[in-house]
Write a protein that binds this ligand. Structure first.
Ligand code: FAD
Ligand code: 2HG
Ligand code: ZN
Length: 455
């Protein structure tokens, strides 16, 4: 990056918000897993949409490439600078508008964390429907940019289903506002809001969002259901879906639970640890009544059931599921594959995946867990070197054979870029490339992410 570009950035943002000190840059130059690293020419911290606009204009003028970054909890390397780009840290844009109780909506700055938004909404008896383990650090802008899913998709859908309006600075250097008023019906042309959601920083830098909120449940009941196979757990899905109080169905396998038990130094509530355990959440006032009906319907014996009826108890059960990414990270560098399978292939995938990985990474530690009701499994592999592509390739290859998707909720980033054409087909990817060149004509936004290089 040219000195003149840095000088212009300093005059727009002030010296304090253009950071070249290597120690301050360092946490922005590596991802949460440690698998993706690079060097940034600088980290800039704009404090308003207008400043973001000026940053993009400076970048266009000087041909500087930008990497938008929120909480840096993404798991596909999309927020990591690769080759001397400027990281645009958006966390100063954390302003939260008043909660609109009439509409059950709120306007949130892109840099607000999920936890801060939830505290704000819950003070009004409402909450954002999307919840995920990285809540204290992940930002709303990052969640929109990745179309994050999380644990309540079965009930409320992913981030795209909550997003009504957006403010964004496109790669063209235009500041665009689309339905920030949160109108529920607005069929005026192309859906820019939906397009920006899941664009992973490649089309525009999101500065503000208008979000739908849902009632914060008065009771939240968590239960563990132990099964002797993944097949049996999948067979319980129709019974679970029949409960109108259903809010989450999370899957854990014995090997993952044993890893978490080791990491936390606590014994799992179900002993012996079942081959497959579902963590089910029911919400609403009839939660307790529902639990009894549900346990009876799924046919699991009482001995393989644990129920938590209060917040503390529920949090205790949830930490088993949410502890998986951290327990894996404690064992070393983790290769992540986040995939969707058709429901009738979940069980086949599960029986074939360990051998598929063992073949390319003998002795590696493999754990599988995920959001079962979404057909979304997370495969974590510890052992292979950071630049070894084979473990994730083996998972994605099997996923495509079984008719699934190579990216369920984490996005493509740099990790899965080579797989986009195989998943979507040449013509669909060409259409995406046309959108990219229209909205980011100089290719300054997150080059190397999501799309293969244009031919
Ligand atoms: P970052 O990591 O900073 O960025 C992610 C991507 O969005 C990058 O491509 C970046 O360039 C782009 N971006 C960020 N901000 C903006 C912006 N304002 N404008 C344009 N582009 C932007 N994900 C799930 O879907 N479900 C889960 O259950 C889940 N659980 C997780 C648990 C743990 C412990 C961890 C570490 C991660 C988890 N994630 C999960 C992944 C991650 O939290 C999400 O992808 C989240 O949406 C990323 O938000 P972020 O602010 O950290 O974004
Ligand atoms: C989860 O569901 C997250 O816990 C993270 O999506 C998954 O780390 C992973 O592989
Ligand atoms: Zn997940």
């Amino acid at each position: 990056v040219h000195d003149a570009a840095l000088r212009d950035l300093r005059s727009v943002l002030g010296d304090r918000y253009v950071i070249s000190d290597p120690d301050v840059r360092a946490p922005h130059e590596v991802d949460w897993t440690g698998r993706w690293r690079g060097v940034a020419a600088a980290v800039v911290r704009p404090g308003s949409a207008e400043e973001v606009l000026e940053v993009v204009q400076v970048a266009r003028r000087h041909g500087v490439q930008l990497v938008p970054q929120g909480g840096n909890t993404g798991l596909v390397g999309g927020a990591t600078p690769r080759d001397g780009q400027v990281v645009v840290d958006l966390r100063r844009l954390r302003e939260l508008g008043p909660v609109d109780e009439q509409a059950a909506q709120v306007t949130a700055g892109a840099g607000a964390t999920l936890t801060s938004l939830q505290a704000h909404a819950r003070a009004h008896g409402l909450e954002l429907a999307v919840d995920l383990g990285a809540r204290d650090t992940a930002t709303i802008g990052g969640m929109v940019a990745t179309n994050a899913g999380g644990t309540h998709v079965v009930r409320y859908g992913p981030m795209r289903a909550q997003l009504l309006g957006i403010e964004v600075v496109l790669g063209t250097g235009a500041l665009v506002q689309a339905n920030l008023a949160g109108l529920l019906k607005d069929n005026t042309g192309y859906d820019l809001v939906g397009l920006l959601c899941g664009s992973e920083g490649t089309l525009g830098i999101i500065t503000r969002t208008r979000l739908r909120l849902v009632p914060a449940p008065r009771t939240r009941l968590a239960l563990l259901l132990g099964f002797s196979s993944v097949t049996d757990a999948v067979a319980a899905l129709p019974h679970l879906r029949a409960r109108s109080s259903l809010a989450a169905v999370e899957m854990m396998r014995r090997d993952g639970i044993e890893l978490v038990a080791d990491h936390l130094g606590v014994a799992f509530p179900l002993q012996p640890v079942p081959v497959c355990t579902l963590l089910v959440e029911l919400i609403g006032d009839d939660g307790e009544a529902d639990a009894g009906v549900l346990v009876a319907a799924t046919g699991v014996s009482d001995a393989s059931t644990a129920v938590a009826t209060d917040e503390v108890g529920a949090a205790g059960l949830w930490r088993w599921r949410e502890g998986h990414p951290e327990a894996a990270a404690a064992r070393g560098l983790v290769h992540k594959a986040d995939v969707t399978l058709p429901f009738d292939e979940l069980s086949t995938f599960n029986t074939r995946i360990d051998d598929a990985i063992e073949r390319v990474a003998p002795g590696a530690l493999t754990i599988v867990y995920g959001h079962l009701a979404d057909g979304n499994l997370h495969v974590n592999v510890v052992g292979p070197a950071a630049d070894d592509e084979q473990p994730v390739d083996a998972v994605l290859d099997l996923v495509l054979q079984l008719g699934g998707s190579v990216s369920a909720e984490h996005g493509i980033g740099v990790a899965k870029r080579r797989w986009v054409v195989r998943q979507r087909g040449e013509t669909a990817v060409a259409a995406m490339q046309a959108v990219k060149s229209a909205l980011d004509p100089d290719g300054i936004l997150n080059p190397g992410v999501l799309l293969p290089d244009a031919r």
